[in-house]
Design a protein around this ligand. Structure first.
Ligand code: URA
Length: 252
């Protein structure tokens, strides 16, 4: 059976106001359901069948939203912040008011960030048990040790004593005579400042960092920093099925 929700919850979730504001809107006759004015905010709505209008605008309902954002530098991975613009604030087309970023990128990191309100999917992707691959591109200052790949593969001891899971380092461009090196690194966990801290252990510092992918989701080259788009149905299904495969692996 279709899930019914209260009219005030429906409009509240779609960012149209607080419960008391919606009650007032209903009282003033600004809300219509299936073409009829509706004064009762507690009225049950079936989002699949009822049409809700506010001030003559149809308010479509979305239970879940999924966006891929190319996070620009200078924006924080948060829902609210008193000083900086937030990644959620960049999603101008959002219908829902409960979106959040799945994981965090540092303020100076660019690249792929999933923004959604699907808490189950976020858990699947972020759970330390799931070991979801995250691929980063970085420009690194300082000479990379000759055994950098092997040390990344074995796992490194970070400054706080934690040992990282095996990571795959690909050197795209080895900087000579003090020039920056370009690398691609695949990690399977998400510790605080992980990539930067891993290179610190190798005596180098990351001067530019961009996330290229997370699980099956890959940043498209067409998205410039600050741009976003909704995920396709296929991308959503692939991300969700990854979590299920991992569950089966845990059992087996
Ligand atoms: N590792 C980092 O050091 N910073 C990020 O933003 C992401 C991974």
């Amino acid at each position: 059976m279709a899930k019914e929700i209260r009219l005030d919850k429906y409009l509240g979730e779609m960012g149209q106001g607080t419960r008391s504001q919606i009650k007032e809107m209903a009282r003033k006759g600004r809300i219509y359901v299936d073409g009829q004015p509706e004064k009762k905010p507690e009225r049950k709505i079936d989002p699949a069948h009822n049409q809700v209008e506010l001030d003559g605008r149809i308010i479509a309902y979305a239970e879940y939203e999924y966006y891929i954002l190319n996070k620009p530098q200078g924006v924080v991975s948060a829902t609210e912040d008193s000083r900086y613009e937030t990644v959620v604030g960049l999603i101008l087309d959002r219908k829902r008011d409960d979106l959040f970023p799945v994981g965090r990128l540092d303020i100076d990191t660019e690249g792929l960030l999933l923004i959604t309100n699907d808490g189950d999917l976020a858990h699947q992707l972020l759970s330390p048990k799931k070991h979801v691959d995250k691929v980063y591109f970085a420009r690194v200052e300082g000479e990379l040790p000759s055994d950098a790949k092997e040390r990344m593969k074995e796992g490194l001891e970070l400054s706080d004593g934690t040992i990282t899971l095996p990571a795959d380092l690909e050197i795209l461009n080895q900087g000579q005579n003090g020039a920056l090196s370009e690398i691609r690194l695949t990690i399977r966990e998400g510790k605080f400042h992980q990539v930067k801290r891993m290179f610190e252990v190798l005596g180098c510092s990351v001067v530019y960092l961009k996330r290229l992918s997370m699980g099956s989701l890959t940043l498209d080259e067409t998205l410039k920093p600050g741009q976003y788009r909704p995920l396709t149905e296929e991308e959503i299904l692939r991300l969700k099925s990854h979590g299920k495969e991992r569950k089966a692996e845990d059992v087996g």
